[in-house]
Structure formats: C-alpha cells, structure tokens
Design a protein around this ligand. Sequence first.
Ligand SMILES: Cc1cc2nc3c(=O)[nH]c(=O)nc-3n(C[C@H](O)[C@H](O)[C@H](O)COP(=O)(O)OP(=O)(O)OC[C@H]3O[C@@H](n4cnc5c(N)ncnc54)[C@H](O)[C@@H]3O)c2cc1C
Length: 511
Amino acid sequence: MSQHFDVLIVGAGSAGSVLASRLSEDAACLVGVVEAGGMPTDPDIGDPLKWPALQGRVYDWAYRTVPQQYTARRVHEWPRGRIVGGSSCLHAMAHVRGHPRDFDAWAEAAGEGWSFDGLRDGFDRSERLTGQRAGLNGHEGDGPLDVFLPDDEVSPVVRAYMAAGTALGVPPLPDHNSGELVGTSPNCLTIRGGRRVSVADAYLTPEVLARPNLTLLTGHEIEHLELDGHRAVAAICVAGGSTERISAGRIVFSAGAVSSPLILMRSGIGDPQVLREAGIACVSDRKSVGRNLQDHLLALGNVYRSKRPVPPSRLQHSESLMYLDSADFSRTSGQPDIVLACVVAPSAAEGLEAPAYGQTYTLLCGVTHPTSRGNIRPSGPGRGDQPTIDPHYLETELDRLTFRKALRAARTVGHHPALDDWRDVEVQPGPEVQSDGEIDAFIARAASTHHHPAGTCRMGMDAEAVVDPELRVKGFHNLFVVDASVFPSLPSGPINAAVVAVAETWAARQR
Ligand SMILES: Cc1cc2nc3c(=O)[nH]c(=O)nc-3n(C[C@H](O)[C@H](O)[C@H](O)COP(=O)(O)OP(=O)(O)OC[C@H]3O[C@@H](n4cnc5c(N)ncnc54)[C@H](O)[C@@H]3O)c2cc1C
C-alpha cells in the first residue's frame, strides 16, 4: 500500500501535534502524520495527580540508559510517550519558557531567529493563560494551549517552602514566564478544569482532525526512510504487521530526541563507524547525529518527615520550581544555575527509603545548565533493536560541583524556620551526610532524570550541526527535524514550552 502527502510529519507528540495543526491550516497542503502509538483512551492520563503512575504502561516507549558511571552504575528509566500527544501525555505539566538568556546560545549556534526574541511570537501564539492570576504579567494570550496559574490550590507545605525562599532573599515572581526566572513562584501548569491538557488535546482538536487535507495514521511505526541522492523520497513503516511506503514532498521528523536521530541513523545518515557497528550502510556521513545528548537530573531528594499530616496535592504533586543563583539567593536577574522543587508526596530514588504518603515532603534539586554530553546509538538496523542511550550523567566536575551546591541549597531552604511547622526530621540524605564526598555519594544514588532529553540533532550554522537554521537536515533538500532534538542546549527549565515554541516558529516560517 502506498500513499502520498505534500508534507509527512513523523510523530504526533508535542512538536508533531503543533505542526499538524498549523501546516494543515493551509487547505491546499496535504498533510500526513504517522504516529507509532494510538489515540489516548486511558482515563488516568487526564488526571494530573496520576502522572507518575503512567510510566511503564502500554503507551510508554520505556527506554533505559546504559549504566552510568557517576550515578553509582545505575540504569535510568526513560519514559517517552508512544501515543497521540507523545510525551505531553505523560509529562508533569509544568510550563516554563526558560530564561530569555538561555536562548542566547541558540542564537549563537543558529542565528537570531532562534533567540528568545525570535521565539517570543511562538510562545505567545501557543499559550492561553487561565486561573486567578492570569493577566498579571500583562498578557493572557489566546493560543490553543491552556496554561493555568494556580493560587488557592497551592499546598500549604509548598507555601511554607516558598516563604522560606523569600525569607532567604529569593525574589518572589508573579510566575515563571513573566521575564525573569530566578525566584519563587507556583508552577504554571498545562491544566484546564482540573484535567491535563496534552499538546494534542490543545492542537489536534476534533475540528482540526476533521480537516479534509489532514490524515493522522496511528499505529504506524516508521522504520527508516527511502533516500535518493539529496532527497528523502518516502518513509517505510510497519502497521499491523504489514509494511507500508508513504511518499511525500517534504518529510519532517518530530519523533523526539530519542527516535528522530535513531530513524535518521537507521536510514543511513550518521557516523559511518557507529552505523557500521549497528550493521547499517552509511549513505550520508553526519557524525553529529545522536550526539550532544543533554538531560536535566533531579535528586530525589532532600526528604523530610512531617510533624503533621501533609494534605494531598490539589495539583500535580510538584507545585513549585524555585530557580536560584547558588552564589547569591537574592540576585534578581540573569540565568539560574540550580533549581529546587517541593513535592508533597514521598519522592525518593529507587533503593532509598521514603516515609508513607501524607507523612513526608521532599525538596528536589538539580542543575539547570548541565555541561555533560552523551549520545544515542542504534544497536542494530531494525526498529526492534533497542537504542543504546548513554547520557554521560554527571561526567563533568562542574556538574558534580553544581549539584552539590544544589543539595546544600535545598537543605538551607528545608531547614529554614519558615518550615518549622512542618519539618520533623530530615530523612534523606540524613544529618550524618555532610562532607563533599558524602554528598556526592548520595547524589550519585539519588539523581534521576527530570525527563528532558534534547540536543541529538542539534541546529547550527557550523559544518558539524545536524540541521541548519531552517531545521533542514544537512545534505538533504526536503528533510527536516522539528522537536527537542534540535535544541543546541537545554533551557533552564522543563522543555515542553520550548518544544512547542520551536514548532510554532518553524510552522510560521513555512507560510
Ligand atoms: C514523565 C515525564 C515528565 C515530564 N515533565 C515535564 C514537565 O512537567 N514540563 C515540561 O515542560 N516537560 C516535561 N517533560 C518533557 C516533555 O514532555 C518533552 O520534552 C516533550 O513532550 C518532547 O516533545 P517532542 O515533540 O520532542 O517528543 P514527543 O512528545 O516524545 O513526541 C514524539 C512522538 O513521536 C512518536 N514516534 C517516535 N518514534 C516513532 C516512529 N518510529 N514512528 C512513528 N512515530 C514515532 C512517539 O510515539 C511520540 O508520539 C516530561 C516528560 C516525561 C516523559
């Protein structure tokens, strides 16, 4: 069976949902979207409190890293959505644009179009702010993606944690997206009426899916591309046990930071040696494909037993990220180097003890701009060959040093008198863990992914970049990557807002 589209989008995740909706606004453009997973049917996906329980279900690709030298040789679970909506159906719903200066590195790599100012329209076009505090920062927006600014709903424990930060000099912010990022604020959340809003919920509404020029093919997994010289001709995919060929004028990868580089490599685009080891013939020598892998880690965490019952979260457990300059808590401008979060549920890494629900709260901590770089490789030529994912977590001395500062900052906030009404004792790492060596050993056991892999098909004007500033795969006229893979570096915060803004920005340039 063979089909043809003007544009074929691979993956209906965060970026793919935006692209499918925006590109099909042009009724003359025949848009096809292929998605390995199905439509969401599990009612738990919509319940913001259930997000941690979704991992490992049938719609999770459930990747695993190789053992990591600097995290006690642990293997890290990497959930990724295999479903319409992609990872935005599994994510924790925090909506953080990042600090405007985070995007200076993008502008340096790929031009001013990818600076914060270049992306601003994309952010604005995507968002619709709701909640009691919407509009306080001067814009509410009328985009498809609901961004809820909670107020009364915020847990009293989280309020005490924010008060501790403020008493230590941390500036209060109206919200994370009002300009500066260093400060305390409840999280902005992609929630509407108490329910998760995935990017597909926002962009692939029934009205959009009914457009005659848009075809969404679920249950279709792309294996590789058919290439002809400098053109991508078709995608070869497997659906229900049979193989299909889908040809297109343009092919756009939005398969995410794991799959986009993998499919490119399975198609013969990558480092010849990496491909040879996986039994794949190299068609285009592009050594950077799959490299530059970055991810945020969070230590789970600085756990406290509570003096009194901790009320259940009315939001999604982790209600407030606090971005900080570890050297000066009262600095009000510039990029943060560390982040804390207050979770009102037991949250401890595998193998570490956490008291029962309602008796505990946890301060998570992490590094906003990690300098360690990893890679993703195919282990074989087929879609059934699991990728080898090696994020090189905490490989650099700077990352380990900054993480130590983050844990010390969490303890400073956690032991502040503003939390006296809640804090009984510190359970993790525990008062006996004080020296640099002891803290490093604890972090190695406690560090877990914050779920933000990115950078594996990085954009740039340099010869080594995978895609050019138009997000076109170098060496191919009609092949593009538009998703978290193209990020040259991580923004400070969770990255879904930036993925959506990148897709909005790229789509606007196609008009
Ligand atoms: C547990 C968890 C918590 C998170 N929490 C947050 C948060 O609170 N805030 C935040 O901003 N970010 C969060 N993130 C990260 C955020 O969700 C992702 O960065 C973002 O969704 C990535 O978008 P994407 O378009 O690059 O990829 P995805 O959304 O993962 O989309 C890729 C799509 O491609 C499909 N696909 C892959 N391979 C193939 C193939 N071979 N054939 C066909 N289709 C294919 C996939 O099934 C998927 O639908 C979290 C992620 C997870 C997993």
